[in-house]
Design a protein around this ligand. Structure first.
Ligand code: SF4
Length: 376
């Protein structure tokens, strides 16, 4: 019988896995709480399980832990955490303290298959998807680092089912290495563990998963979890989007907008469109006008984040001037797009573009797929 990784399941999945081994289903909830609420790192700590059951679980299961192999902190306080996986590969997370917020950007894959031309992770190709516990471990590592730093801010969650939960991270974004919806199962399970009121109890509203636009997986994803969804748009038309994001050749902008228009979003919930501004490529007022016309049909369901490009060594693109960024935002607002924000990237001094730190440490790893170049 294979050793069961108790950290690799959401609560329902853990119940099922334990029932399949002949245990009562309530044991799933009990053990889930021990691991995620009480931070148990060994079965021996689960003192309300009988001695025989503990002995059996110790023999048949594991509660693994990951640690960072490198942590680099920039002057603005942003830290890049390089996390070593059991197979020796590495992914990165970025911890961003900003006022009262402590945001962690997590990875979902080692490398990425999507080939976006503005992204350094793309040059690695896809090596593999992360398992759910390899995603949630990035969160636990960041929490430990904040505790070690003596970060005094502790978020106390409410009562009721959540009980008393102490966390230091306030927000999670799935925007690190990899395409989260290309690892749909791993991402959904990780989100369920993170938001479970009997687990880490992150509010769903504090988690954002960012996709390159895998249109056929957007609705299934939102059916399985209530976290926020962001879609990287980055272009005003299909011609340019296909150049910088090869995924557009499979799911073009019409398809993407149709999927968003049909989403049964309730209340004030909106999908975020991310638009990385690339100087001289997609940042002109005329392009903003074309974009605003294109988005009219989904305007009530979206908000737009404009993100000035953060160039890496050898990058094909540059960052627009502040005035061009402000003008682009103003044109969208003046043309009927109600919610348009500018998000300025932090951590420039430690290579904050996704994938850069991991690449630095693994220079000898040959890319599995060649990145597309501009104009291809
Ligand atoms: S931007 Fe995201 S989806 Fe595109 S290649 Fe980079 S990691 Fe993959």
């Amino acid at each position: 019988m294979t050793t069961l990784n108790l950290k690799n399941f959401d609560r329902l999945g853990l119940r099922e896995a334990l029932v399949a081994r002949g245990l009562k289903s309530f044991r799933g909830d009990q053990i889930f709480r021990w691991i995620w609420r009480r931070g148990a790192s060994e079965v021996a700590e689960m003192t309300d399980l009988g001695k025989d059951l503990r002995a059996r679980l110790e023999a048949e299961t594991q509660i693994p832990r990951l640690d960072p192999s490198d942590v680099r902190t920039a002057r603005d306080g942003t830290s890049k955490l390089l996390v070593r996986l059991p197979d020796g590969r590495e992914v990165e997370s970025v911890l961003i303290p900003e006022g009262e917020r402590r945001t962690l950007c997590v990875s979902t894959q080692v490398g990425c298959a999507m080939g976006c031309t503005f992204c350094r992770t793309a040059t690695m190709g896809l090596l593999r998807s992360l398992e759910p516990w390899e995603i949630t471990e990035q969160v636990l590592i960041a929490e430990r680092i904040l505790v070690e730093r003596g970060d005094a801010r502790i978020l106390q969650l409410g009562r009721g089912e959540a009980g008393k939960v102490s966390r230091r991270l306030t927000n999670l974004v799935f925007m690190g290495m990899g395409e989260p919806l290309h690892n749909l199962e791993g991402t959904v399970t990780a989100c369920r563990i993170l938001t479970d009121p009997k687990g880490l109890a992150f509010p769903e509203s504090r988690i954002t998963v960012s996709t390159v636009g895998l249109a056929d997986r957007i609705a299934p994803f939102l059916e399985q979890t209530k976290v926020n969804l962001a879609i990287s748009l980055n272009a005003h038309d299909d011609e340019f989007r296909s150049k910088i994001m090869p995924v557009n050749r499979k799911f073009d902008m019409d398809e993407l907008l149709r999927v968003v228009r049909d989403l049964p979003l309730t209340g004030r919930r909106r999908v975020t469109f991310e638009y990385v501004l690339l100087a001289g490529e997609n940042d002109s007022p005329a392009q903003a006008r074309v974009l605003s016309r294109r988005l009219q049909s989904v305007e009530e369901k979206i908000k737009i984040n404009l993100i000035p490009y953060n160039p890496h060594e050898g990058a094909l693109f540059t960052r627009p001037a502040d005035q061009a960024i402000d003008t682009f935002q103003r044109v969208l607002l003046d043309n009927g797009i109600e919610k348009v924000m500018v998000r300025r990237p932090r951590g420039d001094s430690i290579l904050a573009a996704c994938g850069q730190l991991a690449l630095e440490k693994t220079k000898s790893t040959p890319p599995r797929s060649l990145p597309l170049t501009r104009g291809s």
